[in-house]
Design a binder for this molecule. Structure first.
Ligand SMILES: *[C@@H]1O[C@H](CO)[C@@H](O)[C@H](O)[C@H]1NC(C)=O
Ligand SMILES: *[C@@H]1O[C@H](CO)[C@@H](O)[C@H](O)[C@H]1NC(C)=O
Ligand SMILES: *[C@@H]1O[C@H](CO)[C@@H](O)[C@H](O)[C@H]1NC(C)=O
Length: 407
């Protein structure tokens, strides 16, 4: 068989490409925080060692880098930020040991951060392992912010445990985050995120301890995780789209929320799908909350295949959100809500009003579909739905949502 010149060049090129790529894929370098002086006795400040290790990881010439946080150790870290951009094309932090926050507020004195650990500008970051991040939040909860905002900010606002900011292609797997002073995880300005098989745990009476907050982020999946906290289990804030949440068990806590939206200018949330989740003993089940006077919209939001067990207020649309109930705006502007689906929802409620669709007079809520939703009272009381300015329809639903206005 004769081969032409061009075929010969093509074959040679492909062979070279294979060799180069196999060399590249073998190019993995592992770093261990112990080699940078970390002690892991739970008392020594291991932050300097972690920062040195991070410098080595981030500046490594290898294309793939693994940072090992070894098991059977407890690393005390003061608040800090781990920043990119980094040279490797992917960074994997293997969290086998435990990481613990300082147990005194003074560790945050002069810190330019409202977080414990921040990861910023790192693309292709993976954080996995069965280690625990312990935020030691109990020292903050005792005088946490109350909703009336009378306590001075600095005193009451505890740090968020983990912030991921501008991290594209982020993966988080396996880890446990406990006792955050505030939100356990914040994702902000991240694209393509996958979080799965994690656990988040704080007491039900710990204030402001959201599980996962997502804002300004796109293409996010949160799956198969357990979230027990004192505030929202997952909250989706403005600027977020294509968010998929499934297989989440929530409770205690405030359930899964979109919002609150509209407090800070024009806000948009779209294409959110929440499915196959269980809420147990939560204050709210699934809800969308927007402030009066806000601008923007939330649309194409679906809650499907949800089970409620003794939830206080299972289904809520609230365009009058104002938790403090003082100085609430009386404004007709609102964040518009449309294409909101509640489908295949089953369970029990502590309150008799199990569906509360409260929408503003001018903007209202459009194209709401309530389909195959069956919610009964834990106490065997008759249950009912309430609507204000809510437009849409219901099918195969109990209680019947007769108050929905036709589109
Ligand atoms: C939505 O996000 C997922 C990843 O979570 C991605 O696979 C999918 O392509 C995205 N869809 C759109 C329309 O961008
Ligand atoms: C539903 O979620 C549970 C975890 O709560 C998970 O084990 C199960 O595989 C999920 N089912 C589907 C169909 O996604
Ligand atoms: C329903 O929601 C509206 C708007 O937030 C609120 O004023 C009302 O009290 C709620 N109903 C119940 C029974 O909680």
């Amino acid at each position: 068989m004769m081969i032409s010149n061009s075929q010969f060049y093509l074959v040679t090129f492909l062979v070279l490409l294979c060799i180069v790529s196999s060399v590249r894929s073998a190019d993995i370098k592992t770093f261990n925080v112990i080699d940078f002086g970390a002690v892991g006795d739970g008392r020594t400040d291991d932050l300097p060692a972690f920062l040195k290790a991070w410098e080595a990881v981030c500046q490594s010439e290898s294309s793939r880098v693994i940072l090992v946080i070894p098991k059977r150790k407890k690393f005390l870290l003061k608040p800090s930020e781990f920043d990119g951009p980094c040279k490797p094309s992917s960074i994997h932090i293997q969290v086998s040991g435990n990481i613990i926050a300082p147990n005194s507020k003074s560790a945050w004195d002069g810190a330019a951060t409202n977080a414990w650990l921040t990861f910023a500008n790192i693309d292709h970051l993976t954080v996995n392992g069965n280690g625990v991040f312990d935020g030691q939040g109990h020292i903050w909860w005792s005088n946490a912010c109350t909703n009336d905002n009378t306590s001075p900010e600095t005193q009451c606002k505890g740090p968020t445990a983990l912030i991921f900011r501008r991290c594209d292609q982020l993966r988080v797997r396996g880890v446990t985050i406990i006792r955050s002073a505030r939100s356990h995880i914040i994702l902000t300005a991240c694209n393509e995120v996958s979080i799965a098989n994690i656990r988040i745990m704080s007491p039900g009476d710990s204030l402001n301890t959201d599980g996962i907050d997502v804002s300004g982020s796109t293409n996010v999946q949160i799956q198969n995780s357990l979230i027990a906290t004192g505030d929202d289990c997952i909250a989706i804030g403005g600027g977020s789209s294509n968010i998929s949440i499934s297989g989440i068990t929530c409770g205690p806590g405030h359930g899964i929320s979109i919002g609150s939206l509209g407090e800070g200018g024009f806000e948009v949330v779209e294409d959110v799908n929440v499915r196959n989740c269980t809420m147990k003993d939560t204050l709210a089940g699934v809800r969308i909350k927007t402030w009066q006077g806000g601008e923007g919209y939330a649309r194409r939001i679906a809650f499907e295949g949800i089970v409620f067990i003794a939830v206080n207020n299972p289904i809520i649309l609230d365009q009058f959100y104002c938790p403090s109930r003082v100085n609430c705006k009386k404004d007709t502007a609102a964040v518009a809500l449309s294409d909101i689906t509640f489908r295949g929802i089953l369970g029990t409620s502590l309150m008799d009003e199990v569906i509360n669709l409260s929408c503003s007079e001018t903007v209202g809520c459009k194209n709401i579909l309530v389909d195959r939703v069956y919610i009964s009272s834990v106490n065997g009381n008759p249950v009912h739905a309430k609507c204000i300015n809510a437009h849409g329809r219901y099918t195969h639903t109990s209680p019947a949502v007769k108050c929905l206005l036709l589109p």
